[in-house]
Design a protein around this ligand. Structure first.
Ligand code: GLN
Length: 472
């Protein structure tokens, strides 16, 4: 039986597996064939795991024994910063090129219990720093919708894997927009959950107060199913939200806020603005009231991010000293081991952020930069909390511009950093947010609608998301 991977959803695959229309190995085999055919050009996967069929066998047994869940046998792509015991996780960096995980990350552990099948690890910007997957030490990943364009980043590999039909769903990480922006660039749905709701245990850290793992899929329902499978308390993650503190769903006001003055700033493509206005009209036709909301501080989110994030990067990445992990430069003096290993192992963008972060945290400066940023962060959070008393959600475009060509922004870091203009506030405030495809332009490139809600209200994202999806 030929499986139509383009149209496949988790529920459809589950039904077919349950009925025995095909086996987990058939399904996995179909994806591996696509990977074989397309990965040389797209470079979504850095490695296809060698135990994929053994995993498929375990999943098949779960069906036979009636122990299956919706995620059993579902082929999933991991981002290269997620630990899967016995397999390499390199964060697409030379410094961790041969690093083999010695334990499972929290999310891998949860999904193993459900019998999901991990197909392989996918490419990303080095240590998740970037918006185009061009900073990977292992080559660029191309956008399957137009191979002359970037797939977005830093989770370019996971999205390209789905967009080329080389995985049914995938997991990414999002520190400033790395799930939502690439989802938008490849015409997929991507969710950054509430900070602390999905385990970060065993995820290679970038900015620990901002990082969050989340799902990608072709539609909102697939993303919801995968989110439900990983949304659990983990005692190994000290920031994990306890079960008793998690919220259950509440009724909607059906009122959505648009931060007009934030949107009218420079740098947003006119075609993006036009698509956004059309999206507002569509939501109105589905019975949502669209109101203007005032968020005067939100425009400082990006500036706050580029203080807090490099500061956390500089301290998180201090552990790669050439001795404890990864690449080791054999030198006579200890100091040279540190500098040479780090100099050879880290790429340009990573070194730039470590330098920035070290400067920000240095004596005489951290009050002016870091402590000020923390205060503004708190004020942004309060501002958003107040607005969420009045509206269910805040909407913006996901990215201010369309998927760009390779090299277009690489030499100008500030223009690359602007990719995160609309996505970064959710990381600053720890709130959940989703990107949903909202049509295509004349070149066939996708637009994305960004929806942000109050903490632990992922249910609202799924409700609005499913309503919106029907209108596209
Ligand atoms: N593009 C942003 C950055 O480069 C966000 C990255 C991310 O979310 N991991 O920092």
């Amino acid at each position: 039986m030929k499986i139509n991977l383009k149209e496949l959803t988790i529920e459809k695959a589950h039904e077919s597996l349950k009925k025995g229309e095909y086996t987990v190995a058939d399904l996995v085999g179909a994806y591996l064939n696509v990977i074989k055919e397309k990965n040389t050009e797209i470079n979504a996967y850095l490695e296809v795991y060698d135990d994929v069929f053994a995993q498929a066998e375990t999943a098949q047994k779960m069906f036979e024994e009636g122990k299956d869940t919706l995620m059993t046998g579902i082929p999933i792509a991991l981002k290269d910063n997620m630990l899967f015991e016995g397999h390499i996780a390199s964060a697409s960096s030379k410094i961790l090129e041969n690093y083999k995980a010695t334990y499972d990350s929290g999310i891998v552990k949860q999904l193993k219990q459900e019998g999901a099948v991990f197909l392989g690890r996918t490419n990303m910007d080095e240590f998740a720093m970037g918006s185009s997957t061009e900073t990977s030490a292992f080559g660029i990943t191309k956008n399957p919708l137009d191979v002359s364009r970037v797939p977005g980043g830093s989770s370019g590999g996971p999205v390209a894997a789905i967009a080329m039909d080389g995985a049914l769903v995938a997991l990414g990480s999002d520190t400033g927009g790395s799930i939502r922006q690439p989802a938008s660039f490849c015409g997929l749905v991507g969710l950054k959950p509430t900070y602390g709701i999905v385990s970060r245990y065993g995820i290679i850290s970038m900015g620990s107060s901002l990082d969050q793992v989340g799902p990608f899929g072709k539609n909102v329902r697939d993303v919801e199913i995968l989110f439900n499978a990983i949304n659990d308390y983990d005692k190994n993650d000290s920031t994990s939200i306890k079960k008793e503190n998690r919220l259950s769903s509440l009724p909607l006001k059906k009122k959505i806020g648009v931060p007009r003055s934030f949107l009218s700033g420079d740098g947003t493509d006119p075609e993006v603005t036009k698509n956004f206005e059309e999206n507002c009209e569509k939501l109105k036709s589905a019975g949502y009231e669209i109101v203007d909301v005032s968020l005067p501080l939100i425009k400082y989110s990006l500036a706050v991010y580029y203080i807090i994030c490099p500061a956390e990067i500089s301290s998180n990445l201090a552990r790669y000293d050439g001795i404890r992990y990864g690449l080791n430069s054999d030198e006579q003096k200890l100091y040279d081991v540190y500098t040479k290993s780090r100099g050879k192992g880290f790429g340009k963008e990573v070194r730039r952020r470590i330098l920035l972060g070290t400067y920000i945290l240095s004596h005489g400066y951290y009050d002016a930069y870091y402590n000020t940023a923390i205060k503004v962060r708190d004020a942004i959070k309060k501002e958003l909390d107040n607005v969420f008393l009045e509206v269910d959600a805040i909407i913006t475009p996901t990215s201010p511009f369309m998927p760009f060509k390779f090299g277009e922004k690489l030499e100008d870091p500030v223009s690359m950093y602007l990719s995160d203009l609309f996505t970064v506030p959710a990381n600053i405030a720890g709130t959940p947010a989703i990107s949903i495809p909202s049509g295509k332009n004349k070149d066939g490139m996708p637009f994305g609608l960004h929806i942000m809600v109050s903490v632990m209200r992922e249910d609202v994202l799924f409700t609005i998301g499913k309503d919106f999806e029907k209108l596209i």
